[in-house]
Design a protein. Sequence first.
Length: 544
Amino acid sequence: MIQKELPFKSLIIFSVILFSIESNGQTRPHLIKKGNAVQLVVNEKPYLILGGELGNSSASDMNYMRSLWPKMNELNLNTLLAPVYWELMEPEEGIFDFSLTDSLISEARKHKLKLVLLWFGSWKNSMSCYAPAWIKTNPTRFPRAKQKSGISTEILSPFYEENLLADIKAFRALMKHLALIDKNASTVIMVQVENEIGMIPEARDYSEKANEEFMKAVPEKLMKYLKENKEKLIPEFYNFWKAGGFKTSGNWEEVFGKSAATDEAFMALRFASYVEKVAAAGKTEYNIPMYVNAALIRAGYQPGQYPSAGPLPHLIDIWRTAAPSIDILAPDIYFPFIEEWCNKYHQSGNPLFIPEAKNEPEAAIKVFYAIGAHDGIGFSPFAIEQSDDTRKDPLRKSYDLLSQLTPLILENQGKGQIIGFIFDQNKKETEIQLGGYTLHIKHIFTLNYSPKALEKVWQMTGGIIICTGPGKYFIAGSGIVVTFEPEQKDGSIAGILSANQGRFENGVWKQGRRMNGDEDHQGRHIRIFDDNFEIQKVELYLYK
């Protein structure tokens, strides 16, 4: 459907007919603090995102999308992350076409899925490739960022008001439309503002206005934040400021020194300020959670060699200062060291949400770690529609377990009663205190039952354990073995009183096999083989 900027008229009539839903008193999606965790609340209940993100172009064709919806259900997704394309939503200035978004919402409801919409606005993977043609072809009105040589880039400069105002107008129209058609259903539960912002191939913009701003004093708002939070700053930024002598006034190079890192910090503040104005304008129309995502840094890369100045770990303090309307800074994790990146993003009050992860078999294991070890809000492999055989996809199996466990996970988040872990040939075991016992958790290959234990590269395994009381656990995952030791040192020995395989059906535990004898090594351990994804309910006892 197409509409002029104002008024909505025929669009409103059509939208109300298409999307009318009885108001049921449900509040808009929002975030709440629960203990040490942050939870997403949807339809007045905590919600765990078991998601998948579409490839960039899939949502641009409604006919193409029709064949994908059943695959999303087969993978046990509860949430689909899908782009909204500025160039298609506003093909002419002030004329908005929401037909693709409306189709997404309609089909998501039919398939009982929630949506996270990705605003491909001013920037997508650094570039401004999704800006409408009327912006791209008018660089005088909508200036580009420039390299030091004066060469223009494919990046809209964040230093020019016309660029910002155009993005605000479009994003605000989108959020107003969502409020109109979806506020009583909450099909759309979060919105990503822009996508993988960053400067490349140089660390900063050298356009005329950028150069003028660079020579001005570092804004007082940032300096005030740094001074008031000096001992709480992210270590990387603390050391960056320290290297310049903790100066509290002057221009960027006077405060932080002359370097590409200073250029990046300068750009981070400008990008974050731009995004703040876009997000804040959108929230005036429909105030639901919003986040920004980051393309991460390859080892050894310097500012300018990667999409610089985005919401990266070492720039969290700048982004939080300049973009308070952004609720989450989120990593797109395509690198193997998921533990490192989760730790970097789950700090300083920032909740963990992984909107993009590499779509690989290991994603089915990594999700256990993100949710279990970091009280994660959710997890989402990229290009989810590319699964060759959804019935055999390991993600389908892990999402099945996690969907069963979701009520238990959400009940216990923030209480320190949940753990998550992953293993491979480099990390084969871990030790954790939980529920009055020390849990020794290992890769299943450490038992040497499988000939695959002789291979140089071990497949990734892992899981999640939820403690429901002293010595009581639900253990879920694939390829793990767990032994137990009492925390009390009085000579007591931990025994397995019972271990039952089973499933949750509509929130009720349905007991399956009693895992005794050979299945628990005569009461010595709990194990789940690497070719299985399962849940076991375990209770321990003590004896001397």
